[in-house]
Structure formats: structure tokens, C-alpha cells
Design a protein around this ligand. Structure first.
Ligand code: GEK
Ligand code: PPY
Length: 243
């Protein structure tokens, strides 16, 4: 997936609008997410491995908030199960359009269906794998419990939810340190102080992180038997919830 360098927040912006997944973001998205999310590539690879382990015959693997289809592609490359289908969903028309182009190379193996829709509105059923890779954080807090309950109901017994999120911390010093370390990570990736602070403003009230404890509690309340972190790099974590 070739991509232009992300310089969307490099020049001073008079007014910083709320972050959206529009055409401008789509053009630079692979570079943006790679340089902004510590461990992103590691998580994508592991999603492929986990999908290969959990994908059941005649079941569906969902990639919810698929963006350009990186997790779908990883699952497609790793799944060897017969008659397994992958459904990739995103509500950004610009993302879905580019995702269709990116995934057109994925021939053979699991069939891929790409849907432009709000993930809160789709039917989820017969699922062996559900991926929410940095997507739940953009869903309003008030909708998160009901949405996870819908995912739980759509999963087959023994199914897996892979939930990756930017985390918050209850302890004030941890919260300050982890955010600081994320900003140092971004600086080391070539982002300037201005880019970091303008993007931070754009994400305010758009990307809402929660603590691991809050996620774990919600997952259990939705019905999941267990929920644990399998990967964390500063304030970015990926969790496994099992039905
Ligand atoms: N309600 C919604 N319905 C559908 N899509 C949504 C919704 N809200 C947000 N999105 C979509 O969720 C994606 C979040 S990016 C996911 C990365 C990807 N998973 C990856 O593995 O590369 C994460 C990030 O940019 O930090 C965007 O494409 C939104 O359009
Ligand atoms: O850039 C950030 O600060 C993030 O939290 C990650 C991110 C990555 C891509 C789009 C939106 C947020």
C-alpha cells in the first residue's frame, strides 16, 4: 500500500477542525497510522495469526472500521480455513473506495466483502473473529456497551474479539507520562511539535480513550468470558476478548 507522507498538520492552521476520515486523510493514511500508532505493524501481523487460529469453517470474520483494509489483508493472507468469509466495514466513503482498490489484489482464499456503513447499524452473525482495530475509540461512549453486546451476540461460541485502543490511565502521573512518551514516539517518527499539537486538538472529543479497566469491565458486562491485553506500547494496547 503505497502512501504519501502525512503533512496534514505541518503548517499553522488558523482554526483546527475536528478530525475526519476524508479524502485528504485517506491519501496519507498508511504513513499517518504507521508513524502515529506505536506497534501498529506488529498488531496487524498478529491479527492475521489470531484469525488463522480462530477462523471457523463456514463462518464470518469481521473487520469493523477497516479503513484501507490492512487487517483484512493480514487475515486474508493467513486464513487457510475453507469457506470462510471476511466482511470489512467502514463508514467513510473515501476510505471504502481506496480500500476496494487495495483489496482487489487479494485473489483466492477467503471471499472479501467491503461494506460502506456505520458499524453500529450492521447485522453481525455467525462470526468466529471480530476485529475492532482502533475503531471503538471513535464510537460515542454512550453507544459502546450496546455495540459490544451486539458483537458478543454475533459471535459463535469460542469466538474472539480483537480490540485495539488508545488507552487512558487513572493515575495522573502515568497518564501524563504515557501521553508524553507517545509524543516523543511521534517526534522520533519525524513529526514536529506543531504537527503533534495541532493533531492533538483535532482529535479532542473525537477519539475518546478509556482505561483498560473500563474496557475489561464493559467486555465482561457484554458477556465475554475473559478479556486481557496481549500487546501494549505506551498508551496503545490490543486486547483479546473470548466468548
Ligand atoms: N461508526 C463507525 N462506523 C464505521 N466506521 C467507523 C465508525 N467510526 C469510525 N469509523 C472508521 O474507523 C476507522 C478508524 S482507523 C482504523 C484503522 C484500521 N482498523 C486499520 O487496522 O488500519 C483508526 C485510526 O485512524 O486511529 C476510520 O476509517 C473511520 O472511518
Ligand atoms: O495520532 C495520534 O495522536 C493518534 O492517537 C493515532 C491516530 C492515528 C491515525 C488517525 C487518528 C489517530
Amino acid at each position: 500500500m503505497q502512501s504519501a507522507k502525512d503533512s496534514l498538520y505541518a503548517s499553522p492552521l488558523g482554526e483546527i477542525g475536528a478530525f475526519t476520515f476524508d479524502e485528504a486523510v485517506v491519501k496519507v493514511f498508511p504513513d499517518m497510522i504507521q508513524r502515529s500508532v506505536p506497534g501498529y505493524s506488529t498488531i496487524i501481523s498478529a491479527i492475521g495469526l489470531l484469525a488463522a487460529r480462530f477462523a471457523k469453517e463456514d463462518s464470518v470474520c469481521y473487520d469493523l472500521g477497516c479503513s484501507l483494509g490492512a487487517a483484512t489483508l493480514a487475515m486474508h493472507q493467513q486464513i487457510t480455513t475453507k469457506s470462510c468469509r471476511i466482511v470489512a466495514v467502514d463508514c467513510s466513503a473515501a476510505m471504502v473506495e481506496q480500500c476496494r482498490q487495495n483489496l482487489s489484489v487479494a485473489a483466492g482464499g477467503a471471499e472479501i466483502e467491503i461494506v460502506c456503513a456505520d458499524i453500529r447499524d450492521i447485522a453481525i452473525g455467525n462470526a468466529s473473529v471480530v476485529v475492532l482495530n482502533f475503531t471503538l475509540q471513535f464510537i460515542p461512549l454512550a453507544d459502546r456497551q450496546a455495540f459490544l453486546a451486539t458483537i458478543y451476540r454475533g459471535l459463535l461460541p469460542g469466538g474472539i474479539l480483537i480490540l485495539s485502543e488508545k488507552l487512558a490511565f487513572d493515575d495522573a502521573r502515568q497518564q501524563a507520562l504515557q501521553i508524553d512518551m507517545h509524543h516523543l514516539f511521534k517526534k522520533a517518527q519525524g513529526y514536529s511539535e506543531l504537527e503533534i499539537s495541532q493533531k492533538r486538538s483535532a482529535l479532542e472529543n473525537v477519539l475518546i480513550p478509556e482505561t483498560f479497566a473500563a474496557h475489561q469491565q464493559r467486555l465482561k458486562a457484554a458477556g465475554f468470558a475473559s478479556a486481557e491485553v496481549w500487546f501494549q506500547y505506551f498508551n496503545f494496547a490490543s486486547m483479546i476478548a473470548l466468548k
